[in-house]
Design a protein around this ligand. Structure first.
Ligand code: IMP
Ligand code: MG
Length: 194
């Protein structure tokens, strides 16, 4: 399935790509994502068995759809919190400099924490965020990423759970954006310029 998507200026590597049209080729279906989330949740339930209350931390904004599906499938007592870190501007290239734009509302000292990310790409974001949160002395801190583009890794980071390993393609949908667009697609697709 291919979608025709229109157009608003896009910045890539500092250049504005005015009105450059692209299509989205389906890569991972909504059904495949749901099935994988079920599998992952069984593993997470085992890993956190007996937890008092797991703090599920979503990295905004890309993880908002994933975390919504994940927590509804998880049979564990949970709380949800959010953190916003930024490494991308409005384009396709990571700035590599991670800033915390919005911190957690709650303390995590002594708590069981699961950090939920949409994609691990260069690894800078999760490397930085996990170091920051470990400094707050959680009892356990584990990580899950829906997607992993291992070929692009620049710093050492591997999530405890990964939904899908994907090749080096720019993807959108299921919460993930291209210049803030296409987050509401129910599947994961790759961007192809036409
Ligand atoms: P990293 O710091 O390079 O690992 O980048 C992680 C962040 O970059 C992710 O949370 C995404 O928000 C964003 N990102 C990486 N790859 C893509 C992509 O293919 N599409 C959209 N956003 C992406
Ligand atoms: Mg992100």
């Amino acid at each position: 399935m291919t979608l025709d998507v229109s157009r608003k200026p896009i910045k890539i590597k500092g250049q504005t790509m005015s009105e450059r049209p692209y299509v989205i080729d389906k890569m991972i279906s909504a059904k495949a994502i749901a099935a994988r989330i079920e599998e992952l949740c069984r593993e997470i339930e085992t890993a956190f068995k007996g937890t008092d209350k797991l703090v599920v931390v979503g990295l905004l904004r890309g993880s908002f759809v994933f975390i919504a599906d994940l927590v509804r499938e998880l049979d564990l007592p949970i709380e949800v919190d959010f953190l916003e870190a930024s490494s991308y501007g409005d384009g396709m290239e990571s700035s590599r400099e991670v800033r915390i734009l919005k911190d957690l509302r709650g303390a995590i000292e002594g708590r069981d924490v699961l950090v939920v990310e949409d994609i691990v790409d260069t690894g800078h974001t999760m490397h930085h965020v996990t170091r920051l949160l470990k400094g707050r002395k959680p009892a356990h801190l584990r990580t899950i990423a829906l997607l992993d583009k291992f070929a692009r890794r620049e710093v050492d980071f591997k999530a405890d759970w990964t939904g899908f390993d994907i090749p080096d393609e720019f993807v959108v949908g299921y919460g993930i954006d291209f210049a803030q667009r296409n987050r509401n697609l129910p599947f994961i697709g790759k961007v192809r310029f036409t």
